[in-house]
Design a protein around this ligand. Structure first.
Ligand code: URA
Length: 260
């Protein structure tokens, strides 16, 4: 349904509702059908395409281009670009929003306080950045003052992330935080709605959970984040070929949807 058809359907339903209310006209704010249609189109485009990078591409080529990139204003304020870190054939590709001060200084992702917590979260489900993960961000340069990366900055950097996904072909994409999940899925839905269920991006299972910085600010998020990690662990165990390979129980199971 396009935006106009949605608007027409909504208006017809309001007429019926008013008729059921005895003909009393209720004041309503009309939903933004254009934005809803654009978000739905973005989601469909993001999940439909199987990502392919240029022929002969490599992680090293992506990192070299990122280091020299001037596609957006973040190039003017960065100390070091942060292309990503991890193994070349990971089980899990972790995607954050963008480097902070310590990442900017070192050129490595998630090395500050949030990164230390991320490492612990991963270790709890037998994952490790130098053994079976690759860690990257939506934007590869630090947004000043740790603000959210602007939509045009995310758009400028997206091709690097897509090439990394194409090269790595991880078994699972783990988006940590609202920005990463929204950026990949092309949605404005909040992290509470997106987390805890299997989604798909570019033919790959995608799980979203809270950003470790959010867990540092709000302890109450640790329990739902742990539930998400258990879903991830179950899926990895179920898809490793060996029953219970990562110590998952049936109760934790959460299968990602099929491609169909
Ligand atoms: N937060 C992120 O989203 N990414 C990093 O690399 C560090 C902190």
């Amino acid at each position: 349904m396009n935006a106009e058809e949605r608007r027409e359907a909504w208006r017809s339903l309001t007429v019926i509702e008013d008729w059921l209310r005895g003909g009393i006209r209720k004041e309503r704010i009309e939903p933004d059908f254009e934005s809803a249609a654009k978000a739905a189109a973005g989601r469909a485009a993001a999940s439909a395409a199987f990502v392919e990078g240029p022929a002969g591409d490599s992680l090293e080529a992506v990192a070299a281009e990122v280091a020299a990139c001037t596609l957006c204003r973040l190039a003017g304020t960065r100390k070091k670009a942060v292309p990503g870190q991890g193994v070349a054939a990971p089980l899990v590709m972790v995607i954050g929003e963008g480097p902070g001060a310590e990442e900017d200084a070192q050129g490595l992702p998630f090395v500050g306080p949030a990164g230390k917590l991320l490492d612990k979260m991963l270790a709890a489900v037998d994952l490790e950045r130098d053994r079976n993960c690759f860690i990257a961000n939506v934007v590869k340069c630090r947004p000043p003052g740790n603000r959210d990366p602007a939509p045009d900055e995310q758009a400028a950097c997206l091709a690097y992330l897509r090439r990394q996904i194409a090269l790595l072909r991880p078994r699972v994409l783990l988006c940590v935080g609202r920005v990463a999940a929204q950026s990949l899925l092309g949605t404005k839905e909040g992290i509470n709605a997106l987390r805890g269920r299997w989604l798909r991006y570019a033919g790959l299972p995608l799980l979203a959970t809270f950003h470790p910085s959010a867990l540092l600010r709000d302890e109450s998020l640790k329990r739902p984040a742990w539930e998400d990690l258990k879903m991830l662990r179950s899926f990895l165990a179920e898809t490793s070929g060996g029953a219970g390979a990562a110590g998952a129980s049936g109760a934790e199971s959460g299968k990602p949807p099929g491609d169909g």
